[in-house]
Design a protein around this ligand. Structure first.
Ligand code: SF4
Length: 371
């Protein structure tokens, strides 16, 4: 298995930039399995699964079996509290909520240790961000009565597991998976393994199938944790975690890097709709330089962030996605009118989300035990 990417860093790098042009490569080089052949067996596949946005998995058959049989299972994922929710984090939260709605007990981790180790954000600051993020997930539909929301830094069980797991990993293993990194990032990887396997502790009902829906850049954590689940099986009886992988959404400038240094490359769910509208207006497209050429030659939705926004988040009906793809290719639609329609849909969504979210701030404080 090759893990080498450019510049000695792993190709799939949870602590750095991951750029995957060819997802097929991941099947061959990393043993990620394609999700498509499983689609007919999934009782109620999500839009992201049907559209190929979630394209790969490890051991997902185990979760399908649980969904079909009514066996207990868990979904576990988390987000670093580094700022307001954007389009990438929205994807992960929607996946957690989807599995919760399919019957899973949901674990949402506020990865504040990783936010410190990877981004240097102190806990006092990440606590404020976490309140805001938790209000987001509640507004998006996360049901706290059938879920567990926690901060890594406050969860003793996660930290204890990380200490136990540290005996199962050598420096050479960490280097091979994550590249040459400071010790804090290796520690944070052990903490994440604790997050992923905590739902299987006796406190939460013991071993159970657990799915971790993540962006494909997080696969090293999954591989590492599956290995630890095997190593510590005799003690904990862990079932190796399953995973699903989503593609990474394009930034508004057409690249894959939504960067805080370039606020025009993304928008957050907290932004003023008028600001978001401006960002969409200036976004890169796969269109032609002139309307005349667009009508004659058609556009290229495969490189277009506007198309990605519809595909990932803002068209509910698959038929609308297919229609836009074909209309774009055939030159039946111009980028200006397409952006105007998207702006209307996004504005409505964001306004409604912000209205709901206001009502959940107190609840978020209560869940996090913050005065
Ligand atoms: S018509 Fe829409 S999908 Fe096609 S290139 Fe223009 S903005 Fe992108």
């Amino acid at each position: 298995m090759s893990d080498a990417g450019l510049g000695g860093r792993p190709l799939l790098d949870p602590f750095g930039a991951t750029l995957v042009e060819d997802y097929e490569r991941l099947y061959v080089e990393f043993g990620i399995q394609p999700l498509k052949p499983l689609l007919p067996k999934i009782p109620n596949p999500s839009a992201a699964m049907r559209r190929g946005v979630i394209f790969g998995h490890r051991d997902f058959e185990r979760i399908i079996e649980a969904m079909r049989s009514g066996e207990e299972f868990a979904v576990m994922s988390g987000i670093k509290p580094t700022g307001e929710f954007h389009l990438g984090t929205l994807m992960t939260v929607r996946e957690i909520i989807y599995f919760q709605q399919q019957g899973a007990t949901a674990f949402y981790c506020i990865a504040d240790i990783e936010a410190y180790e990877d981004n240097g954000i102190p806990f006092e600051e990440s606590e404020k961000i976490a309140i805001n993020n938790v209000a987001d997930i509640l507004a998006l539909g996360f049901d706290p009565k059938r879920g567990y929301i926690y901060r890594q830094s406050k969860e003793e069980r996660v930290k204890n597991l990380a200490i136990i797991f540290s005996r199962g990993a050598t420096l050479a293993t960490m280097r091979a998976i994550y590249g040459e990194r400071h010790m804090g990032l290796y520690l944070s990887a052990l903490i994440q393994a604790g997050d992923i396997l905590m739902p299987q502790l006796e406190d939460f009902g013991g071993p159970k199938p657990t799915v971790v829906p993540v962006g494909v850049d997080q696969d090293p954590h999954i591989r590492f944790t599956r290995d630890l689940a095997d190593r510590f099986h005799s003690r904990f009886k862990f079932i190796p975690p399953s995973s699903t992988y989503h593609k990474l959404i394009r930034a508004l400038d057409g690249g894959y890097k939504m960067s805080k240094r370039d606020p025009m490359s993304y928008f957050t769910l907290d932004e003023e709709p008028s600001v978001i509208a401006k960002k969409i207006f200036y976004a890169f497209t796969g269109g032609q330089p002139t309307a005349e050429e667009q009508r004659k030659l058609g556009g290229n939705p495969d490189i277009c962030p506007i198309f990605d926004l519809y595909l990932f988040h803002f068209f509910e009906d698959d038929k609308d996605v297919i229609e836009l793809y074909n209309d774009c290719k055939c030159g039946n639609i111009l980028c200006g009118e397409d952006k105007a329609r998207l702006t209307r849909i996004v504005t409505e969504f964001v306004k409604e989300h912000q209205r709901k979210k206001c009502q959940y701030i107190d609840k978020a404080r209560e869940i996090l035990g913050v005065e």
